[in-house]
Design a protein around this ligand. Structure first.
Ligand SMILES: [Mn+2]
Length: 484
């Protein structure tokens, strides 16, 4: 029976990890799409993320700026990308940190100029030390580098002379009215002091728009990232038990991230048990879990610069109490109804509104609000149901853009019953009456926090879940906990 084996091998190859060539082709296409949105008389500049200090002479592990990585695939610090769509040949220009054997002995190997070309697909690579001379030449109307064709930069330098060249850099978020100017604003101001003939504009909307639709390559990486994160959640569920600490669950999860080659987490893991489940971004993970607790786990890997976002809430001892089930099933129903709304043409706000509708009705039934027509529900449902995912966990992109195939997002309703929410209400007669009415229900459900969050890509045929492997219903969760 050799034939079936051959088929199995073929399938494995076809579904196997994506190749470097595929990534390079995608990078090239991303840059081309970006340049289509710029005039031939423009220059776009993108810088690396700064290295961030951890403490003393120790830095955090370097994480590239999402936009620079999106266009170059390079995760080396001090890299600069210049795009000049009107150039004859050198439309894409890279500046990389000069190699230095002594520093490399301490800090690791740097890319040679050839290697930077091989990884990014960008043919023209200069050293970062050449960036200022390069700018000075171009903005003075001179070509840079004798090897370039004489007309290489003519579209841009000609536009400078006619006062209509365009410089595109990232200018969001804007500066405040006091304090220091952000580095990109300082850069524009310095350039304006010395040179004329250009206007500066914010490239943020262009990049955000591009990143909002995931390429087939990005979709594959997101799926792989989702598979690792899903496996990690299962490992977390196996590690949770009465008497264990929250950090043990966190460690089991993050072990799976690292074991599968992820850089780290896409956002700091949240493992909140008991009352900690009602803190949205609880990050200490230091509490000892007890029988009867729910634990809320919100975690995902950062894999090849892509993250999904997954939350599960489950009983530490494996069985939901009936009060926990009341809240859990309401959140679950809101999520299920929200998912149904997530079709092409809908907006994230439509998904949110649907979850609100379900949660309002449910809270009223449970006695946690007295009026489903207004905003009382906001006491217990305190965040939005959807956001984009991708290179950043709350990924960039216009919030109101109608959903279309290729977009990736979460559906994540949640309910958090905190006594402090009542205690902080303004002292009015109306509020006092409200508090008196909901007090018994709040007493019953206090300190229960439930969020259920799954990650999706919208495809031509509908929603594709990236986290479907993680048990979700009460029955699935309890069965999994029992089978551990
Ligand atoms: Mn989320």
């Amino acid at each position: 029976m050799r034939y079936p084996i051959l088929i199995a091998v073929l399938i494995a190859v076809m579904a196997g990890p994506v190749s470097g060539q595929e990534f390079q082709n995608d990078l090239k296409a991303r840059r081309a799409r970006l340049m289509e949105r710029l005039t031939p008389e423009s220059m776009l500049i993108l810088w690396s993320a700064p290295v961030k200090q951890y403490s003393g002479d120790v830095d955090y592990e370097f994480r590239q700026d999402s936009n620079l990585y999106y266009l170059t695939g390079l995760d080396q610090e001090e890299t600069i990308l210049v795009l000049m769509p009107g150039n004859v040949e050198r439309k894409e220009i890279l500046f990389v940190k000069p190699r230095d054997p002594v520093r490399e002995h301490w800090e690791g190997r740097l890319l040679s100029q050839n290697e930077a070309t091989e990884e990014s697909g960008i043919a023209t690579v200069y050293l970062a030390t050449e960036f200022e001379p390069f700018l000075a030449a171009i903005f003075s109307g001179r070509p840079y580098d004798a090897s370039a064709a004489s007309q290489e930069y003519a579209r841009f330098t000609g536009a400078l002379k006619q006062n209509r060249a365009a410089l595109h850099i990232m200018l969001a978020p804007g500066p405040g009215v006091s304090g220091e100017l952000p580095p990109n604003y300082q850069f524009v101001n310095k350039l304006r002091e010395r040179f004329f003939g250009f206007t500066a504009s914010d490239a943020t909307p262009i990049l955000n728009g591009l990143r909002q639709s995931k390429t087939p390559y990005e979709q594959k990486i997101l799926e792989e990232s989702g598979a690792i994160s899903s496996e990690a959640h299962l490992a977390g569920m196996k590690a949770a038990r009465p008497g264990a600490y929250e950090y043990e669950v966190e460690a089991a999860i993050e072990y799976v991230f690292k074991k599968n080659g992820a850089f780290d987490w896409g956002y700091p893991s949240i493992v909140g048990s008991g009352p900690n489940a009602t803190t949205l971004h609880y990050s200490k993970s230091s509490r000892k879990m007890e029988s009867g607790d729910l634990v809320l786990v919100d975690a995902a890997a950062y894999y090849k610069y892509m993250t999904v976002d997954i939350t599960r809430t489950y009983p530490v001892n494996g069985a939901f109490t009936s009060a926990q089930k009341d809240i859990y099933n309401l959140v679950l129903q809101a999520q299920a109804e929200g998912m149904k709304v997530a079709r092409a043409g809908a907006r994230l706000s439509d998904i949110h509104d649907k979850t609100v509708e379900i949660i309002k009705q449910g809270l009223l039934k449970l006695g946690l609000i007295t009026d489903a027509s207004g905003d009382q529900y906001r006491l217990w449902y305190t965040h939005g149901a959807s956001h984009w995912i991708g290179m950043d966990v709350h990924d960039v992109g216009e919030r109101n853009r109608p959903l279309a195939p290729g977009m990736a997002f979460v559906v994540e309703p949640g309910i958090y019953i905190r006594q402090s929410a009542l205690d902080n209400l303004p002292d009015t007669r109306e509020n006092a009456a409200f508090i008196a009415k909901v007090r018994p229900a709040v007493r019953k459900y206090v300190d229960i926090g439930v969020r259920i969050e799954d990650s999706f890509i919208l495809t031509e045929t509908g929603l594709k879940s990236l986290s479907a492997k993680v048990p979700r219903t009460v029955e699935e969760v309890e069965a999994f906990m029992k089978s551990r």
